[in-house]
Design a protein around this ligand. Sequence first.
Ligand code: PLP
Length: 478
Amino acid sequence: MDISEFVKFAKATIDFVADYNETLRNRNVLPDVEPGYLSKLLPEQAPQKSEKWQKVLEDVEQYIMPGITHWNSPYFHAYFPTANSYPAIVAEILSSAIGCIGFSWIASPACTELEVITCNWLGKLLGLPNEFLNHSEGTGGGVIQGSASECTFICLLAAKEYTTRQIKTLHPELNEDLIKSKLVAYTSNQSNSSVEKAGILGSMLIRLLPVDNKCSLRGETLKKAIQEDREKGLIPCYVVATLGTTGTCAFDNLDEIGPICKEHNIWLHIDAAYAGAAFICPEFRYLMSGVQYADSFNVNAHKWLLVNFDASVMWVKDSRRLIEAFSVNRIYLAHDKEGLAPDYRNWQIPLGRRFRSLKLWFVMRIYGVEGLQKHIKNTIRLAQLFEKYLRSDDRFEIVTEVVMGLVCFRIKGDNSLTKKLLDRLQARRQVYLIASTYQDKLIARFVVCSRLCREEDIAFSWNEISSQTNEILQGELY
Ligand code: PLP
């Protein structure tokens, strides 16, 4: 493909993207396909001869779009949002075109330096303690990873190395493998699946601790678990606290958990993958009270901060712990400016890394802090609107307090009614919600996800939910 064809192809694709966004409401949010649908439509072999880009773009509409779940549809209320904005899309194109792999400062100085700057910008915007920022006096700093799962895993691995080294210094006679086999991590039974997975991948026992009636992990529970484990000869090493759990958007109590971690010299990681974004609005920062105790903190800019996937920002107070755990040097990686700026390969799992900070930079500049705050507040306002609809209808109960963009509700009565509602909604494909549980209750999670969502979209989703509830409850009567 030559440059003039590239320009035509790219322009046509941008037109396609603009049209896709404009017409998202006309598409069912869930696709109507069965597993294997695509292999029936596409050839078994790659084409021998070059095909025209026009035909390829046409086939996107014909074959790919029918199999897409439209995460950016205003009627998508499942999981949590996946961010989408035009500045981030454009930055992604540019990042792809530059195509640098910034594993060390010299491998692309701007890639590293813009990441340092944008992580500092965002860290300040969230009101994180100064120790998390990259500045000449400290050891803190931010880095952009691919996912919250990676952040939790990386910090687990670093905590494992750090604790092992400390114990080895105090007791040189102890075998390192034996120390590692006794390490234990803690999180609540409401934490994201990725936290348990980090334990599996990092070969560390993870205890899923019970929560209070607000789904929050409390200090007393953690303290008791630590005591029990110490008595068994285990070594508490790592705690993952969640601010904004996936199931019900609950907040663990950092003011209680933090001092316990400090007392026992346990690494405290905060998973604020979704709700962390709201801390750019000072009025929500009360929800991260106790953050000063944390060793690491993570928010997914790709969830609620308008930066397209992937951009999971992680800050640590002591980056030396990552470097000590992960650095492997080779002559081909060396450069003469080492130590003067981060070599981010030592802060992450892969060697290669994308120029993700461009997305953050574009979004923060083009929206501005005010634009980002407006987006957060608007999402919460729309969630509260949906909450109002529910409160006006006594067939429903709201199960947990609506703090962010998530409303947890159910049809009063047996769990089977809410199950039927979710099944019906899914079968009709107009709106998409998923289930969670609160104590022994099955609940439906309604999340305001799309940047495009407006009041009339909430009304549309509410009408669908309400009318399907009518059908279910009438069916129960006859
Ligand atoms: N933590 C929380 C609280 C989440 O809600 C999620 C995903 O929704 C994750 C972690 C996992 O995020 P990622 O897909 O970036 O690994």
